[in-house]
Design a protein around this ligand. Structure first.
Ligand code: 13P
Length: 257
């Protein structure tokens, strides 16, 4: 983390978990645990149907609410999809874009990710853009090339003034939901590389202000070590974000000096 130049953001990604009633209960429990001091930002990204309950539950708290996806068209005949305007109208602030599960199971590509990033930014949302390599790609030694391609294509055509609202999440696919975390050094190496890629596109001043998260089996035990690295500015947390006490322990880890 480097709080001088950029926000530390601890974000939960619930994936396809919890009902609206469970969301309401989670919000009550989590709010009661929130520390008084404010250092890191806390975001909870939840399924579409849980968004109203989450926004209501976290009203007047420091927790912002995010969606897990959106569609890039403004409106129209796209059965089952959700637009950026619909999210904004609900008071949603963040949206995850290009999660590896969406790339893997729902056919998202670097091109659709780029379209979605533009749609989110134009609507005033903050995109959390996910990038990351598979185990095969890591073993083939192409991690950095792949990450550069994902970052550059996601940000293609994004003007400098909108970069301030973009968050990048480095999520190695082999560490997601596997209990196998990247070591701090492995994660930091890629997060620094992501910042260098942004520097090559937008210059040093903008690059040092971008929040870059790590995601992949982050939990209360490993969070402090991961967050101690200069270029890791937070976490995108799956499994451990489903339990209020575990997510709060990670928030505490991000609040350490
Ligand atoms: P886990 O924390 O469950 O590994 O999930 C990480 C993730 O995919 C967050 O987007």
């Amino acid at each position: 983390m480097n709080r001088r130049y950029r926000k530390t953001i601890i974000a939960g990604n619930w994936k396809m978990n919890k009902t609206p009633s469970e969301t309401k209960a989670f919000a009550e429990e989590f709010k009661a645990l929130l520390p008084k001091t404010k250092w890191c930002d806390v975001v909870l990204c939840v399924p579409f149907v849980d968004l109203p309950a989450a926004v209501r539950g976290f009203k007047d708290s420091r927790v912002s609410v995010g969606a897990e996806n959106l569609y890039f068209e403004k409106s129209g005949a796209f059965t089952g999809e959700v637009s950026a305007d619909m999210l904004v109208d609900l008071d949603v602030k963040y949206v995850i874009i290009g999660h590896s599960e969406r790339r893997q199971y729902f056919g998202e590509t670097d091109v659709t990710v780029n379209k979605k990033v533009h749609t989110a930014l134009e609507a005033g949302l903050s995109p959390i853009i996910c990038v990351g390599e598979s185990l095969e790609q890591r073993e083939m030694g192409v991690t950095m090339e792949l990450i550069a391609l994902q970052v550059k294509s996601a940000l293609a055509g994004v003007p400098a003034e909108q970069m301030r609202r973009c968050v990048i999440a480095y999520e190695p696919i082999w560490a997601i939901g596997t209990g196998k975390t990247a070591t701090g050094d492995q994660a930091a190496e890629v997060c620094s590389f992501i910042r260098a890629t942004i520097r090559s596109l937008y210059g040093a001043r903008i690059a040092r202000g971008v929040t870059i998260q790590y995601g992949g089996s982050m939990n209360p035990k490993n969070a402090a070590e991961l967050l101690s690295h200069e270029d890791i500015d937070g976490g995108l947390i799956g499994g451990a974000s489903l339990k209020p006490d575990q997510l709060m322990e990670i928030v505490h880890a991000a609040n350490q000096d």
